[in-house]
Design a protein. Structure first.
Length: 400
């Protein structure tokens, strides 16, 4: 009979990998999670991740079940309304404003927004409460050997643990995906996102606001008050050269550009963090699994940050994996389990990657006729009540 060092090895300690370690740990499996880079858990430290994640309802339930939500809830800003603003006319001013209210489909908000650096801090704290989970920062996966009954993973500390399942949560260039020879299809948009935090005089009232003009969406997502003032996280998508130019502007010139692009919907914005720049691509792995290996999160799919889908799709990968594991623990990592995972997730992921690609292309539109068409499309979707509700449920992941 085979003996294993751990049930599961999670390659990658980003938000997705740490969440996977905590969720499987809380379900009673022994887990080793490794990452060559130690997580940065302070907002103002060099290299901290200033993006935020809006956890939609299904993700919040999973985090609650794994004992993580109790640590997060006091830091989260609820998202009650998703406001879509078209400012694609000749001048940058709102010409169409549509509110999608969570109350139309649910008693709960759409989701809750949290900074990524804080997520890492609280996920790490949760791991220390789980004696069956080991997190080894400073150590990366270097090789993968599998056979039907086990996987052996080479680590940069020279060890070679034997496990039943390897979870690749090691990002868009996933070394474990590469080692398994799984190909990806990548779409490049020549676009980048700036992510940073602002203060504003007009309270956000738990409204997430997406403003469309050209180059990609400009999104303000509610954060809890910062230093006693209303605060939001901003994701500003632009063509690559324009994003880099904006990132380098002196603070006052940047705030001027910011106020023009935000149409002053919350009054003048004040920058209160570093500006970070993220390349935007769509990418999907051709399979979600191979022998003894499951891909999740950006190792499996990358989407532009629209509609808070990226990490929420990742947590739906995780939910299916843990449900399959718990319903039949002796089959953990078996071909049957991993084929089911691939079959149930791949189509759903393809649909979301395709849908978000279309939304991003519509938002990037620079020509006036295309921008006018986009505004007409938004108006049409909004005015049909059942279509509007279905769109909201689909966005939430409450409908497949
Ligand atoms: C601007 C922006 C805003 C976003 N906003 C949202 C949002 O509101 N809601 C949402 O759901 N999603 C959002 N997303 C998407 C979300 O941020 C990502 O899906 C998520 O952060 C990616 O997490 P990950 O853990 O898969 O990848 P990563 O964060 O890239 O983590 C991968 C980890 O793997 C590690 N690694 C690399 N090589 C190895 C190795 N050999 N061995 C072990 N580990 C290794 C890396 O060091 C890294 O820590 C946004 C994305 C962007 C760009």
């Amino acid at each position: 009979m085979l003996t294993f060092d751990h049930d599961i090895l999670v390659s990658g300690g980003g938000v997705a990998g740490l969440a996977a370690a905590a969720v499987f740990g809380a379900a009673g499996f022994s887990v080793l999670c490794v990452d060559p880079t130690a997580p940065i858990t302070e907002r103002d430290a060099e290299g901290s991740d200033l993006r935020t994640t809006a956890f939609l309802q299904p993700s919040q339930s999973l985090l609650e079940q794994a004992g993580i939500w109790a640590r997060l809830k006091d830091h989260a800003a609820p998202l009650q309304v998703m406001r879509i603003v078209d400012a694609g006319g000749v001048v940058a001013e709102p010409r169409l404003v549509k509110n999608f209210n969570a109350a139309d489909i649910s008693e709960k908000p759409f989701g809750w927004n949290l900074p990524n650096w804080l997520l890492r801090r609280e996920l790490l704290a949760r791991l220390t409460e789980l004696p069956n989970v080991e997190f080894r920062p400073g150590v990366g996966t270097t090789s993968l050997f599998t056979r039907a009954s086990e996987a052996r993973v080479g680590l940069s500390d020279g060890s070679r643990p034997r496990v039943r399942l390897v979870i690749a949560a090691d990002g868009r260039a996933s070394p474990m995906r590469e080692a398994a020879g799984i190909n990806v299809k990548t779409t490049r948009y020549g676009q980048k996102a700036l992510a940073f935090a602002v203060l504003h005089p007009i309270p956000h009232e738990n409204v997430s606001t997406e403003i469309h003009r050209a180059g990609g969406p400009f999104t303000l997502v509610p954060l809890p008050d910062w230093q006693g003032l209303p605060s939001s996280a901003v994701v500003w998508m632009e063509t690559g050269p324009e994003a880099l130019r904006l990132a380098e502007l002196p603070c006052d010139a940047f705030e001027e550009a910011l106020n023009y692009r935000s149409c002053l919907l919350f009054g003048p914005l004040t920058l209160v963090s570093r500006r970070t720049v993220w390349p935007i691509i769509s990418q999907q792995a051709e399979r979600m699994s191979s022998e003894r290996l499951a891909l999740m999160a950006e190792a499996a799919h990358v989407v532009p940050p629209i509609g808070a889908q990226g990490l929420n799709m990742s947590l739906m990968d995780l939910k299916l994996l843990v449900d399959l594991a718990v319903s039949n623990p002796t089959e953990l990592g078996s071909r049957g389990m991993l084929d089911t995972y691939h079959r149930k997730r791949h189509g759903e992921v393809t649909a979301r990657v395709t849908g978000i690609d279309l939304l991003n292309r519509a938002s990037m539109a620079a020509s006036q006729p295309m921008r006018d068409l986009r505004a007409k499309g938004l108006d049409a979707i909004y005015s049909l009540g059942p279509v509007r509700k279905t769109m909201m449920q689909l966005g939430l992941g409450a409908r497949g």
